[in-house]
Ligand binder design. Sequence first.
Ligand SMILES: Cc1cc2nc3c(=O)[nH]c(=O)nc-3n(C[C@H](O)[C@H](O)[C@H](O)COP(=O)(O)OP(=O)(O)OC[C@H]3O[C@@H](n4cnc5c(N)ncnc54)[C@H](O)[C@@H]3O)c2cc1C
Length: 384
Amino acid sequence: MLLKNKKVAIVGGGPGGLTLARLLQLQGADIKVYERDVNENARVQGATLDLHHGSGLKALEVAGLMDAFKATYRPGNEKGRVIDKHANIIYDEHNEVSNEDFNSASFRPEIDRGPLRDMLLNSLEAGTVVWNSQLLRIWQVGNTWKMEFKNGTTATADLIIGADGANSKVRLLVTPVKPFYSGVVIVQGNIENAEITAPNIHQLLKDGKIYGHGDQKYIHVSSKGDGSIDFYISCKKDENWMQTSGIDFSDRVQVCDWFKEEFPGWDEVWLELIENSSLPLLLRPQYCIPSDQTWDAQSNITLLGDAAHIMPPSGEGVNLAMLDALELCECLVNENFKDLQSAIAAYEERMRTRAAKEAEDSLEMVQWMHAEDALNKIVQMLNQ
Ligand SMILES: Cc1cc2nc3c(=O)[nH]c(=O)nc-3n(C[C@H](O)[C@H](O)[C@H](O)COP(=O)(O)OP(=O)(O)OC[C@H]3O[C@@H](n4cnc5c(N)ncnc54)[C@H](O)[C@@H]3O)c2cc1C
């Protein structure tokens, strides 16, 4: 096998990195995952997401984790409501019959990020993930990579896989191509114990999702299995709005004032999100890869997931990261490749082609979701 006697380091224990670790361990490879989080409970994992046939679910199937997934996913949680600024329900998926057929390609079961991560972590050999390992620097000594982490430790590897997300450090060793700003900032928040703390939004949410549109802005709300809700507010802003707005997003009064000014005429129910969210709210300017990005494959380093192809959320990001993991694993263990460089080149070619198409689609989505007729467009789409 191409990986025989090779030490493989995966930098980043997100869905992409952990899926790859599991798949490669099943093939007998020597794997370590270096993860920035101090431990597995270090931060609240984000909102719920849906996994798709042909990508996320396919990777779980090959990883032997479909039974674990079926025991963990959240039936019915995929149902959404399109709601206008006045809190009118314009379209309601709760009126439709659920599709819970894992054999149907249109079934997109939901799982919370936290349980997805736990499931992948539990599938790994003990000690695979090295927590509290934020990569600061990588350099080569002969044929070996040396890594330095923020906690002062170092480690070596023969092959490095950058699965370290949007602000990837590993990416800098693979390509100088930089993602560009998409024009949209997401303000993200989380509300604990929503039934009590935000009862009106909780009721509107009905344990599913809310797609709120109006005035060229978008509010996405989703329920989580632990009784909390996660939301993001998406609006068009300058790239450096975070620095120039002067708003302290850890100050309740300031964020409420910002919301009222940004969303004039919106129903009071929306304000409930801001009034009850844990603080600080997180600001996430959205970046996207150029669809023509390319680079020459190397023999001992590559990328997957957001590190390779960050783009505004379109419901595909986790699925793409998990499919990258599957295809990278298949290439790395394929004896028909004469060496690791050929295996990595074949993987990267497919990965970049797929990501380029999805990046274009996600930018198109950003445009229409922040256009005047976004509400009609989403209803049309759901009707189809
Ligand atoms: C608001 C929002 C909503 C989204 N909604 C969806 C959705 O509904 N469905 C969907 O499929 N996708 C969604 N996405 C996209 C999705 O979150 C990403 O595409 C996906 O998480 C990428 O997985 P990954 O494993 O490549 O990276 P990540 O999930 O970002 O994981 C990277 C990991 O690397 C670690 N790390 C980072 N830097 C370092 C370092 N220097 N050293 C060590 N470790 C490091 C991080 O702690 C993290 O654990 C959304 C994104 C956003 C911003």
